[in-house]
Design a protein around this ligand. Sequence first.
Ligand code: ZN
Length: 314
Amino acid sequence: MTGMPFTGFPIDRAGLKRRDSAWIAAQLADPGTDLILLRAGQPVLEARTAADGSQALLRLSAAALGTALPSGLDTVFLGLEADGRAVFAVALPRRFDLDDGPLAGLGEVAELRGAAAGPLRGGDLALAATARDLFDWHERHGFCARCGHASDLAEAGWKRVCPSCGAEHFPRTDPVAIMLPVRDGRCFLARNAQRFPRGFVSALAGFIEPGETVEEACAREIEEEAGLKVISSRIVANQPWPFPSQLMIGLIAEVAQGEVRLDLDELSEGYWFTPDEARALLSPQGHDFDGITWRAPPPLAIAHHLIQAWLATD
Ligand SMILES: [Zn+2]
């Protein structure tokens, strides 16, 4: 599926190079190396907006950056451009003021979710999300899960090592099943009372548990959340989602006849929608019923693409 936000990592991850600390140090010292910047998980974009409304990640060469940044900042190797240039992400201090010093006027810090729904697109969005995931993981995993000792960043940001017990820790990604139940030419969407205002419905979702396949998790979650029995399901899309570190796996699930029984701790209401109604839910105008205008998730979210995939096969 093309055009899904956060997908399409644009460069070679060159994962085998991460272990070569001398090579990594040489790349960081190379004035031609590109650095992208994040502050508290939010990327720094170029100040300039293109004619189509997009904004690129600010890329500074290591030479241009010079001594503008304090030393000792967390840095992760993102990969290699086709021309061999290395790309790293640097975590700016939380209080770093872009407008005070040699970086003034070059870029601006953007809230990632808002930027992902607007100016930050394609490969740059995938790079920013990957860097955010890694920095966020480092920040939350500073201590060894085995012995509690402070751990060290290793392998150019793709691992942590405990100097006390030797344990190695790797960045984690939590798989989440996102499910669209369908039956008799209609799809089922529901509102999560805690997360969504009235008038907003989405696909069902839940974490995949230890020992489960994606399809087993899909069947369990649909039965738990909506009381519906899954006959068959198929994975139609997946999407890295950095809020935080999840992999969304989208399924369309054919469900058996039977009453919907909502888990009211999770969901406040749910409805079956025809294809025309589902198209209206995805449109800017929305779908009017019961006195208000209803909407489904925007293109930023995999649920939007899941509904589109179902409409395309209906
Ligand atoms: Zn340890």
